[in-house]
Design a protein. Structure first.
Length: 247
């Protein structure tokens, strides 16, 4: 990563322990402002644990600096207020509420601060996700998997995040929908938001990211420009589904 890039997030020696088991061991990473950084790795590597620690949902040790300020002692609600936003793996939508009500709920902290521009941001979300506008009065629980992921992304954008953390956005989606979701994620660069993308679909993640980390058994095993890691023989063999000999 370019040393001159201002950082949205800097993590140093982050560790999380469950009882006597260390789920995350001295993990360090950086996310530049306006960049997409991905963390790939197998199930159980500690990827979701890392996101939960960054949001303050799990106790951790090590240093977390967000927009240059330490997050030690900062509660989850305050992290959200500062523009740190997590789209969890299960999307956590309100199924008995309409699509539009779910989107407006994403802007709730802004309503409390009496911020302007919420209606304009809703219009922007609808331009980015035309399907959501078509289904704006539909209950969220009746949406397809791809539509639910779009709604989760749109709701997060309504908070005007400075750092958007995505946990397995392709999980459970058909390949054609995965391509659409990753196209949308790539297009978010133009908004200036920094993105930390946790993903098992290494091929799609490396195509969209600027920089990448490989997390294995709780430790950062590899890092580098995403384009370089996509050509790394170890990554190709282990994560891109290509056996030796190009079969």
């Amino acid at each position: 990563m370019n040393a001159a890039t201002p950082l949205a997030l800097e993590v140093r020696d982050l560790a999380v322990t469950y009882g006597k088991v260390e789920a995350l061991h001295r993990a360090s990473l950086k996310v530049g402002r306006g960049s997409i950084v991905t963390v790939i790795g197998p199930n159980g590597a500690g990827k979701t644990t890392m996101l939960c620690a960054l949001m303050g949902l799990l106790p951790s040790t090590g240093g977390i600096a967000y927009l240059g300020a330490p997050l030690e002692g900062v509660e989850v609600e305050e992290r959200v207020e500062r523009g740190l936003c997590l789209v969890p793996e299960r999307r956590e939508l309100f199924g008995e509420m309409t699509v539009e009500d779910n989107l407006r709920l994403g802007a709730f902290p802004r309503y409390r601060r009496r911020e302007s521009g919420i209606a304009e941001d809703l219009a922007l979300v609808y331009r980015r996700f035309p399907l959501l506008q078509e289904r704006r009065m539909q209950l969220a629980g009746t949406l397809s998997g791809g539509e639910r992921q779009m709604l989760a992304l749109g709701r997060a954008l309504m908070a005007r995040p400075k750092l958007l953390m995505l946990d397995e956005p392709s999980l459970g989606l058909a390949p054609i929908i995965v391509r659409e979701i990753f196209h949308i994620i790539a297009s978010l660069r133009e908004t200036g938001v920094a993105i930390l993308l946790i993903e098992q679909n290494a091929r799609a993640a490396l195509q969209v990211a600027d920089y990448a980390y490989v997390l294995e058994t709780g430790e950062i095993a590899l890092e580098g420009a995403a384009a370089d890691l996509a050509k790394n023989p170890r990554v190709v063999e282990t994560y891109l589904g290509l056996a030796r000999g190009g079969a």
